[in-house]
Design a protein around this ligand. Structure first.
Ligand SMILES: *[C@@H]1O[C@H](CO)[C@@H](O)[C@H](O)[C@H]1NC(C)=O
Ligand SMILES: *[C@@H]1O[C@H](CO)[C@@H](O)[C@H](O)[C@H]1NC(C)=O
Ligand SMILES: *[C@@H]1O[C@H](CO)[C@@H](O)[C@H](O)[C@H]1NC(C)=O
Ligand SMILES: *[C@@H]1O[C@H](CO)[C@@H](O)[C@H](O)[C@H]1NC(C)=O
Ligand SMILES: *[C@@H]1O[C@H](CO)[C@@H](O)[C@H](O)[C@H]1NC(C)=O
Ligand SMILES: *[C@@H]1O[C@H](CO)[C@@H](O)[C@H](O)[C@H]1NC(C)=O
Length: 601
């Protein structure tokens, strides 16, 4: 063995340290916690659990205590003009790609179980971007962005690990989902969908999903080497409906009925408990980050992916009161998200941020916070909002394309810094366009319990951060008053109209969208300008690629589990000659040295 060979052998055997310097990571740890709003797919049975605007304490409802999420917001920044997409797959695609869903063809009906669809592979997504910057990337919970091929599952798309499910929802205890009917109008597929990376996890059947996902998230934090930056994305099943699209699973219905006896409907009591348990798990995560001394260098983001689904198929009894519309619609009730961010790295904390922010902005914002150069992201729709949130400087975002669903004929745009909204067409003849949900105020409901917030795990953990100002009850009350939009329904007036053509709303003066001002003469210019802008986006659509359910996806072929059912790779352009040559030479070299090592070393 030559000297060079010996050196090579030794080099190969020495593990490469992932960071040179010791001590804590210099990049912030990033934790995103996503609640699943209720969303429902047209004529399918796919919906997400999510929470309505009104179902967080900080938005004024007393019905469902959410002390941990509230504490995160009051200590951090509450985003008041935060917009998501109208349903699940579009929202998640926007979050992960930093683009409007019309760029990826994911703007329409969310993925059905067994449908061969995914995020285009030439669009780098958030975990891939953060990996470039040295992050460890983990995901727990719902994916819902395709699993026909291994390459399009979370671990094929930049996550080091994924514990959770690939479909839109599953049972809270049995982790199964049944597909809509196949083209024969009869057959439906049922399969188990709980995986660690690619392997099914039957041993957890019977455990409660929200707690299981929380435990797995805590495990990831426990095992994490604090010298490396962590990206953890927790995407809850809660408060989506579970098994068969109707289950509102709770661990102990007797306790649920006792704790929420002031709520009339049992289904709404279940929803309240589902939300409250999810809130507990937020506290556990924040607390664990503090114990690991990671909190002082963390960014924690909590929001829901779309509005509540108070009524209709897959109803979860959530409430977007006082707003108009539900999930699937482009009204405020469908797309204005409840969102909070906490990080000791934010210069300004404990305030309401009223700048326009869209879900696609997180990719550039977090990439920037992680030390990346946003210029390298190329042309994307998302805008880096770090300084906007951290310092309350004016945002560069002046408009949001709310969506264009060219199959449903529903589109909309928000312009003029978020003041005017133009909606063009409606979802399924306006079935979700009216006003729904409980106001959760007064009556039988308990008073808002500020002590619960001050004593929450989240608040106690945050108070251990150096230089963190204490949270006082007065701050809580005044912030809550400032966030209240109940005045927009004080008119005691529930208009009943459907936007079949164009509807224009002044969101500043009429956030409840009670009055269509499209035919007022003084709004002519606004209307024409927004219509022209929307028309420009129309020309840029990547058409939807929605497919029928693929018969080959049948879980019976895979021991009754949902599984990657197509081989190899999604269709890709053939790699160039030199790439293939390089791969060939490298693999030969590696084989050569391995052989030498085993033979000689
Ligand atoms: C399934 O139902 C659709 C809509 O009702 C109908 O157009 C189609 O012909 C049916 N297909 C079969 C195979 O029965
Ligand atoms: C979560 O972890 C706790 C503490 O280890 C344990 O008591 C509980 O049973 C776990 N829950 C689930 C659903 O796995
Ligand atoms: C944030 O900036 C806006 C102006 O863009 C201002 O009206 C508001 O008072 C500021 N809020 C805080 C807490 O500084
Ligand atoms: C959308 O509009 C097209 C063209 O007018 C029509 O063919 C189609 O049926 C409409 N789709 C829905 C869901 O209304
Ligand atoms: C409005 O919607 C209709 C029906 O989908 C579509 O044909 C038209 O192009 C849209 N107009 C604009 C300006 O978006
Ligand atoms: C098939 O699924 C069952 C659980 O339903 C499991 O116990 C069994 O190990 C699986 N078989 C194989 C070969 O993976």
């Amino acid at each position: 063995m030559t000297v060079i060979e010996r050196v090579l052998c030794i080099l190969v055997l020495i593990p490469v340290p992932s960071t040179i310097a010791g001590g804590a990571s210099d990049k912030p740890h990033i934790v995103i916690i996503l609640a699943d709003d209720i969303k429902r797919k047209n004529y399918l049975q796919d919906f997400f659990i999510s929470k309505g605007w009104n179902d967080f304490g900080f938005h004024g409802s007393n019905q469902i205590p959410t002390p941990n999420i509230d504490a995160l917001g009051y200590n951090g920044v509450i985003l008041d003009k935060y917009y998501t997409q109208q349903t699940c797959s579009p929202s998640r695609a926007a979050l992960l790609t930093g683009n409007y869903p019309i760029r990826s063809g994911l703007q329409g009906t969310p993925l059905q179980a067994g449908e061969n669809r995914y995020i285009p592979q030439d669009m780098a997504i958030l975990p891939e971007r953060l990996k470039e910057l040295g992050y460890r990337t983990h995901m727990v919970g719902k994916w819902h962005l395709g699993f026909a091929y291994e390459k399009v599952t979370p671990t094929g798309r930049g996550f080091d690990s994924h514990f959770g499910y690939w479909n839109g929802y599953i049972g809270y205890f049995d982790y199964t989902i049944t597909s809509p009917t196949l083209p024969d109008n009869v057959t439906r597929f049922t399969g188990f969908d709980l995986h660690q990376n690619l392997s099914p996890q039957w041993q957890y059947v019977g455990r409660y999903a929200t707690e299981l996902f929380s435990n797995k998230s805590l495990e990831i934090i426990d095992k994490h080497n604090v010298e490396e930056p962590l990206f953890l994305m927790v995407t809850h099943l809660a408060a989506h409906t579970g098994k068969d699209g109707i289950e509102l699973g709770v661990p102990d219905i007797t306790k649920t009925n006792r704790d929420y006896k002031y709520i009339a409907l049992e289904q709404r009591r279940r929803y309240a408990d589902i939300v409250n348990i999810m809130d507990d798990t937020v506290g556990q995560i924040v607390d664990r980050l503090a114990q690991k001394k990671m909190l002082e260098n963390s960014i924690i983001l909590f929001f829901s992916d779309n509005g509540a689904q108070s009524v209709g198929l897959f109803q979860n009894y959530g409430s977007s009161w006082p707003f108009r519309g539900l999930k699937f619609t482009l009204f405020e009730g469908g797309i204005r998200g409840s969102a909070v961010i906490y990080s000791p790295l934010l210069k300004k904390r404990g305030y309401i941020n009223r700048h326009l922010i869209h879900i696609s902005d997180w990719l550039p914002t977090l990439y920037h916070a992680a030390g990346g150069d946003v210029g390298k992201l190329g042309k994307i729709d998302g805008i880096n909002q770090w300084d906007v949130i951290s310092k309350n400087v004016t945002t560069k975002r002046t408009e949001i394309l709310l969506n264009i669903d060219e199959r449903e004929n529903q589109s909309g745009i928000l312009g003029y810094e978020g003041r005017y909204k133009l909606v063009n067409g409606t979802y399924q003849n306006g079935i979700y366009d009216q006003y729904y949900g409980e106001d959760g105020r007064g009556g039988e409901n308990p008073p808002y319990n500020v002590q619960l917030i001050l004593n929450s795990l989240t608040n106690r953990a945050i108070q251990t951060v150096p230089d963190q100002s204490p949270l006082f009850p007065e701050d809580v009350y005044s912030t809550r008053r400032l966030l209240d939009v109940s005045w927009c329904r004080d008119k005691n007036f529930t208009p009943n109209f459907v936007c079949t053509g164009f509807c224009l709303f002044d969101i500043y003066s009429d956030p409840c969208e009670t009055t269509n001002i499209v035919s007022n003469n003084e709004n002519r210019e606004v209307f024409q300008s927004l219509r022209a802008r929307l028309g420009e986006f129309y020309k840029e659509i990547v058409p939807q690629t929605n497919q029928q359910i693929d018969p080959k996806s049948d879980p019976k072929r895979f021991n009754n589990t949902w599984w990657t059912w197509l081989d190899e790779k999604p269709k890709r352009p053939v790699t160039g000659f030199f790439t293939r040559l390089r791969v060939m030479i490298c693999s030969r070299l590696i084989t050569f040295y391995i052989v030498r090592m085993f033979g000689i070393c």
